[in-house]
Structure formats: structure tokens, C-alpha cells
Design a protein around this ligand. Structure first.
Ligand code: ZN
Length: 419
């Protein structure tokens, strides 16, 4: 009898002691979805999710307390356009194809893991990988992180890029064969586009990526619509690399989910994107990085012409009210800079275009989450959502550059770094 009583006491005592509960004392909390702030909050995290948030949250016994009372807290950052496994060779006469002719899929995956971990420590808790990943290397990076082998951000993958014949290569002699199929799927009719979408979904991708205008020919409206139809029925979104012109008209008409780059979009095209709720992921590259990348393939005007065009397009897109998600497309390496440093170097472009700090942070959190269809799980700080939390000494709604000083990162409830 006595034993049973003791047993029952222990049984009921256990839930009283908080297990896997973290209480963050927050000096200030920003909500990018509304642009509002709240001071002196407690964020209660249980396992991988936010349980409660507010000024008068009771902290249970046994909870781990993290004191960030002199910091500002934000939802984890998101980047909707990364190439985790890719470093583009710059300078000299290196052809565009060097990166996939010289590196195995395994090596690409290892680089992807390294970059994923760097991004997470800098505060990027969710990223959308948009292809060029060496025969689905990022699928394995994603799986290894999901299996708990490594810490890393939530990764959405695109697998092989679907493009008209030739991928993003031009003028490869026929004797060389279609070696670009290591990174791309050739698709030249609506039916071939459907087949390519199915192949990617089969291998595990979360988003379908098309390249629409990297060649003298481009996808028709019918081909774009085939991709959208097939992808949407498979529960995937469609992201399309396109700079402007008739190709962009077709992409917008086809009803995709996002245009990537879009450097030469007209006001009329931006208006139509707004009407249709299509996101712009502008990959608004800073001048310094354009200088390093060079004008690959002769597609672009020189950096001194292109850089102001990018700022102008971002300014117009913001003025017109197109939905925007932050995306960087950083694929270069610069001595003494991490990849995340290079990504945050896109922030001054947004400032130069006159986009206010709260709107920039929104594009990096709740807006990006909406585009990626993870907004029911991530992108805001609210009960029931994943505990993807970052903190920094300054208020990013006042100065977006505060993001460079992120010194606390929590991913799915696990503390990755702290001040
Ligand atoms: Zn890209």
C-alpha cells in the first residue's frame, strides 16, 4: 500500500517539474508581421515550440531561464534564394560550368552542410535552396539535419532546375553531350515539363525551380502553366528565374508563386504580379558582389549599369506594393567574410531603395514564410509555432543593420548559440 502511494505521488509529481522548458526573459520582442514591439516579455518554450508569450507568463519550476533582458528578440531569419552547395568560380577564364565539372555530389553536399551551419549560427533558421545542387546533394543535407545528425536550418529544396534545352549553359559543342543534366533537366514541351516536375517531386523536393530566360529561347505560357499545374497538385510552389521581357510576361501569366531576380521588370509587370499575388524574390545584389561575379555569359550590362537598375527595380516594386521575400543568391567566396556576412551585405541595397526596416524584416520572416508555405509553423513568435528565435543588442525595426549582431539563436527549441 505504502509503495503504491509513493508510486502515485511520483507519477503525479513528474508533470509538475518542467521538462524541456526554456523561459526567455526578453528585453524587447519585435513582430515583423505588424511592425510592432513589446517590452519586457517572457517567451516560454516547451520542447520545439513556443508555448506562451507575454508580460506575465508564469515560469514553471525547473525551467531553464535564459536572460536576454537587454536584447531584442525576433523570429528567426529566412532567405528564399540560396545555393547552399555552390561556390561559383570567379575571375580568370573559368567557365560557368566549372563548379559542376570539377566537384562531386558528395563534396557539394559537404559544402552545403558547412554553409547551412554557418547560416544557422548567423540567425537564418529557414532557407529555400533553389537548385544547382549537384544531382540532389541538398536532399541529403536536409535529411541529415532532419535526422538530428547535425544542427542546421529548415531547408526547402528544389533539386534539379528545369529549363529549356541546355540548362544555363550556352554554346557547348555537341561532342560534349548534355553534361549539364547533372544540375538541370531539359524540358521543351508542356509534357516534358510535367515529367520533370514529377521526377523532382519523386526525389524529395519542396519547390519547383524553372529557369525561363537564360537562353535565346524561353518557356511558353503553356509550359509555365504545365509546371504550375503539376507542382500545385503535388503540393509544391513554383519559383522561376527570369530577368524581364516576354519571358517574364509568360511567367506572370502562367501564375507561378515567385519570380526570382526580375532585374528588368517593368512597372506594368510588377502591377500584374501584385494583382496575382506573385512574390518577387529580387536577389538584389550589392555592387561589390556584382564586381566580383563579373557579367557572366554576357547576359548582363556591366556592374556600374546593373547595380542602379537593381536598386531602381526594388524601389518600384516596394512603391507598387508587390509582395517581397528576401533572397540573396550568394555564390561567391570573399576572404575574411562568411557566406552569412555576404548575405547580410544585401541589406544596404534595400535601404538604398528606400524600403523601411520593418518591411525588410517582414520580407525576411513572415513574408518569406508565406511564400514557402511554412507560415502555419514558422515566421512569427506565437504560441504553437516553432521556437525559431534570434536575439541581438539593437532593435532591428529601427536599424536593420542590427541583424549583423545576432548573438542568440534558438532552432526548434534548441539553443544553438547564446551571448
Ligand atoms: Zn540563384
Amino acid at each position: 500500500m505504502k509503495r503504491l502511494t509513493l508510486f502515485l505521488m511520483l507519477l503525479f509529481a513528474v508533470p509538475m517539474i518542467a521538462q524541456n522548458v526554456v523561459a526567455i526573459r526578453a528585453g524587447g520582442v519585435v513582430d515583423p508581421s505588424t511592425g510592432s514591439t513589446a517590452k519586457n516579455q517572457v517567451i516560454l518554450v516547451e520542447n520545439d515550440k513556443i508555448k506562451e508569450i507575454g508580460p506575465n507568463v508564469r515560469i514553471p519550476n525547473g525551467a531553464t531561464i535564459v536572460d536576454l533582458s537587454s536584447e531584442w528578440i525576433s523570429p528567426g531569419l529566412m532567405d528564399a534564394h540560396v545555393h547552399l552547395t555552390l561556390t561559383e568560380v570567379t575571375g580568370g577564364n573559368a567557365p560557368f560550368e566549372s563548379f559542376y565539372l570539377k566537384e562531386s555530389s558528395t563534396y557539394r553536399g559537404l559544402r552545403g552542410l558547412r554553409n547551412a551551419q554557418d547560416l544557422l549560427r548567423a540567425g537564418f533558421t529557414t532557407v529555400r535552396e533553389v537548385g544547382n545542387d549537384g544531382n540532389y546533394a541538398t536532399e541529403d543535407v536536409k535529411r541529415a539535419i532532419q535526422a538530428g545528425m547535425f544542427d542546421g536550418p529548415t531547408i526547402l529544396t528544389a533539386g534539379k532546375i528545369i529549363a529549356p534545352f541546355g540548362g544555363q549553359s550556352t554554346a557547348i559543342p555537341p561532342e560534349q553531350g548534355p553534361f549539364w543534366r547533372y544540375e538541370y533537366i531539359d524540358a521543351d514541351t508542356p509534357e516534358e515539363v510535367r515529367k520533370a516536375v514529377r521526377q523532382n517531386i519523386y526525389y524529395g523536393v519542396d519547390v519547383i525551380k524553372l529557369v525561363a530566360d537564360n537562353s535565346p529561347y524561353h518557356f511558353s505560357v503553356a509550359e509555365i502553366k504545365a509546371a504550375v499545374d503539376e507542382a500545385h497538385h503535388g503540393g509544391r510552389t513554383v519559383a522561376v528565374h527570369v530577368y524581364g521581357g516576354e519571358a517574364a510576361d509568360n511567367v506572370i501569366e502562367g501564375g507561378v508563386d515567385s519570380l526570382e531576380h526580375g532585374f528588368f521588370l517593368t512597372d506594368q509587370q510588377l502591377e500584374k504580379m501584385k494583382q496575382k499575388g506573385i512574390f518577387l524574390v529580387g536577389t538584389d545584389t550589392p555592387r561589390a558582389q556584382l564586381d566580383i561575379e563579373g557579367t557572366s555569359g554576357g547576359i548582363f550590362p556591366p556592374p556600374e549599369v546593373l547595380a542602379p537598375k537593381i536598386v531602381d527595380r526594388l524601389r518600384r516594386a516596394y512603391r507598387i506594393g508587390v509582395k517581397m521575400a528576401f533572397g540573396t543568391d550568394t555564390v561567391i567566396e570573399v576572404p575574411n567574410k562568411s557566406r552569412s556576412d555576404l548575405m547580410l551585405d544585401y541589406l544596404p541595397v534595400w535601404r538604398e531603395a528606400g524600403v523601411p526596416a520593418p518591411e525588410i524584416l517582414k520580407s525576411m520572416t513572415s513574408n518569406a514564410a508565406e511564400l514557402m508555405h511554412v507560415n502555419q509553423q514558422r515566421g512569427r513568435l506565437a504560441p504553437g509555432l516553432a521556437a525559431d528565435i534570434v536575439a541581438m543588442p539593437g532593435n532591428p525595426l529601427e536599424d536593420i543593420e542590427a541583424l549583423r549582431k545576432i548573438n542568440f539563436v534558438m532552432k526548434d527549441g534548441k539553443i544553438i548559440r547564446r551571448p
